[in-house]
Ligand binder design. Structure first.
Ligand code: ADP
Length: 487
């Protein structure tokens, strides 16, 4: 939909390396980006390889040294300008995102503003990278702790938030004085390129933000991990790929931040406000058509309110309008690809074969392609695949539970520990459950927890590191202790 844009400079069919727009890969290879709503090819991009990646790392390495010497305020000014340009161009950025990823236009715009909020936040934080003075251990000693940027940061990001997943990483990295080499998902590189176009316009010096367009993720990942000019790898994606990257990064003991898979429990206690719980479940489960790592994956409902919750949730799910993200009333787009549809179908088939019932949905949507009917399943049990695997699609499975201890045990019975949610009103129950859930994030009486002011991240096999908040710069800083003697 390029004719929808007011600023056509944002739609790029080139990679961005060392501050230059690169039309061709060294070996001439290309790959295509398609719109999942229509199947149409919307761009053909250079398919960069290891040599081009090395060039990007080299330019980042040089640029970083000068960037780190500038004041926090200097860096903040440029980041602030970049934020403002993202907000000014939010409609165009949303159209590009909608076309390459499929989420509804309004949701795409929400993501752009959410991504921009991290750039604003870290522009503010750039001025507040404080160190420490520690009273000496001997009379002639003074001890000082300074925080320094780690250096060149490489990132690998997924397709489900093509703007925000990069914004959350690049903003703190640049704010503290690092340089950044991004490898966006091959499905959704156009949003990253549009961000680069605006960074350039904001006056970000050459080499500080590079976008490697490539379908050869594994090769690029290898290069990131083995190139000794890269000091940090930040990844958002599946736990499986995260493990591979952590193993590779171990060779040069590279720092890593990992935002990996989740299997979020969403618990509704019998003292909950049921209408509020339904509203929260809709946001938590069906946002981005179920394709977020913090989406509710297992909905546990206490026996006394199970039937009423199931009825009300089904009614709300039936009000979802599925379609092309550019459609006016559309509230859910397609799934990203056929593999995603297969996984959703497999989870539903497995559950129904073991006794679950389909309350609504359950099959491919009549629109065809990768559109799928929003689905509610009742009678779901822990023997079903959906209890342990992240579905990443529009399926709400309702489990029934009796006691608080039982539901906490079930909720924690997973290798994952990213987001969790529960609805309850009794104060001691709220405290007890919030403390007992083994998750990096807990939403109490809310289904939406993502914000730039709070630390986003997981425990167990959902990863390590935190993005956003006053803690968000720590992943990009080294601590240096200086001991002054002979005073
Ligand atoms: P998702 O299911 O969200 O696509 P993945 O973990 O498969 O999750 O992918 C996340 C990102 O990691 C994507 O950009 C993908 O291209 C990239 N990726 C996949 N496999 C590898 C790998 N072996 N090395 C480096 N990056 C990879």
């Amino acid at each position: 939909h390029p004719n929808l844009l007011t600023n056509n400079d944002l739609l790029k069919n080139k990679a961005y390396v060392g501050g230059e727009w690169i039309a061709n890969a060294r070996d001439g290879k290309t790959f295509e980006v398609t719109n999942p709503s229509t199947g149409h090819v919307i761009a053909t991009l250079p398919d960069l390889g290891v040599e081009d990646t090395r060039a990007a790392i080299d330019s980042a390495y040089v640029a970083q040294i000068a960037w780190a010497k500038r004041t926090g305020k200097d860096r903040a000014d440029i980041l602030r300008k970049w934020h403002d340009l993202m907000v000014e161009n939010a409609d165009d950025l949303a159209a590009i995102l909608c076309a390459e990823m499929g989420k509804p236009l309004s949701e795409a715009k929400g993501e752009i503003l959410y991504g921009a909020s991290y750039i604003e936040w870290f522009a503010e934080e750039a001025k507040r990278i404080y160190g420490d003075l520690i009273p000496g251990h001997q009379p002639d000693k003074r001890i000082m702790v300074m925080r320094q940027p780690v250096g060149v940061v490489a990132s690998i990001t997924p397709w489900n938030f093509p703007n925000a997943m990069i914004a959350r990483k690049v903003a703190p990295a640049l704010a503290v004085g690092c340089a950044f080499v991004a490898k966006p998902a091959a499905e959704t590189p156009l949003s990253a390129l549009a961000m680069a176009a605006l960074a350039e316009q904001a006056g970000l010096p050459k080499g500080l933000f590079n976008v490697i367009t490539s379908s050869a993720s594994a090769d690029i990942g290898q290069e990131f991990c083995s190139n000794n000019k890269v000091r940090k790898l930040t990844f958002t994606g599946s736990t499986n790929v995260g493990r591979i990257l952590m193993r590779q990064a171990a060779d040069q003991v590279m720092k890593t931040s990992m935002e990996l898979g989740g299997n979020a429990p969403f618990i509704v206690f019998d003292d909950a406000d049921i209408d509020a719980a339904v509203e929260g479940a809709m946001i938590s489960k069906f946002r981005n058509n179920g394709q977020t790592c913090v989406c509710a994956n297992r909905i546990y409902v206490q026996a006394g309110v199970y039937d009423i919750f199931a009825e009300k949730l089904t009614a709300a799910v039936n009000a979802i309008t599925v379609g092309d993200g550019f459609g006016k009333a559309v509230t859910a787009g397609p799934l990203i690809d056929a593999k995603a549809v297969n996984k959703v179908q497999d989870h539903i088939a497995d559950a129904t074969s073991k006794g679950a019932q389909i309350k609504t949905g359950g099959k491919a949507h009549r629109l065809g392609g990768t559109f799928f009917e929003p689905t509610v399943l009742t009678g779901v049990t822990r023997e079903m695949k959906i209890a342990t695997d992240e579905t990443f699609g529009p399926v709400a499975p309702l489990f029934k539970f009796e006691t608080i201890d039982d539901v906490i045990a079930q909720a924690n019975d997973t290798i994952f520990g990213l987001a969790s949610y529960f609805y309850a009103n009794d104060l001691s129950r709220v405290w007890k459950v919030a403390e007992a859930l083994e998750y990096g994030m807990v939403g109490v009486n809310t289904g939406l927890i993502s914000t730039e002011v709070a630390p986003f991240g997981g425990v167990k096999q959902s990863g390590q590191g935190r993005e956003g908040s006053k803690y968000g710069t720590e992943d990009y800083l080294e601590m240096k202790y200086v001991c002054l003697g002979g005073i």
